[in-house]
Design a protein. Sequence first.
Length: 298
Amino acid sequence: MKKAILVLLVGFWCISSCRKEYSYEGGYVQTANFTAQIDGAHWQSATSTEQATMIQGLINITGISTDNLEISMTLSGTGTGTYYLSQRSASLATYANIDSSFLYAFTTNEAPDTAQAGGQVTITEIDQTNQTISGTFSFNAYRTVDGTQKTITQGVFTKIPYSSTQPTTTNGDTLTANIDARGWVGKSIQAAVNAGELTIVGSSADGSQSVGLLMPANTTPGTYPLDGTNPSYLGVYTVLVNANTTGLVSVSGTVTVTQNNTTTSRITGTFTFSAADPSNPTTVHYVTSGVFSVYYGP
């Protein structure tokens, strides 16, 4: 569940960066901008997957290795310094194999104690002239579904180019809804398929609100519940308030797929759901009269 929320927060921005040389313990040299040790094994992102954003009070740094292992960190802030990760922090880090379901990520905020999950990310430099970001990180990440843990150490990211604008929507995509009875239009709309899961996310022009849907990529026309009874179908609403982002997950509602053309990779439909904050179930928002038509191909 928390991985799904994170995916919708991060979006699908992909920014290329320059390859550099670094030496590591063990007497070998590798080229990478984003590296770490995962349970003592070397990890490095593929350069083409390195991405960073600084939008509306949030910093995100994400990289994926050539064998599809992803490290992603979303920090509540905009400057240099140390950001602490814990069960109650607004900042979050995750580790996941993107070939598996988004629901099976290791995260820093879903363990019963700090020995199992938590850590820190230090932003050492934000170069506003060249728009790059650098820093270090280490954390423990926990997965509640099976009670297992990953230990991430010696993390370094160096001069990763960052974007401070939402990506441009193409292909005539549409995502609209009423949020708490007020009209909302997704100005930046992205859709992608990973491990058979289709993720659709639309964001307002300033990035302060996002609405997203998750469903199997091969979903056939019909109506499906968004109440948690089937984890393959999920609605998410995220809102930024005072530099803090809250992800709310659907607890009731439905999504109706009217067409899913797997040849042209376009899906259309409608949706309505109420969404609650998992850490504070009394916080509920209502996303109604939703309409979507998006292209999810390569």
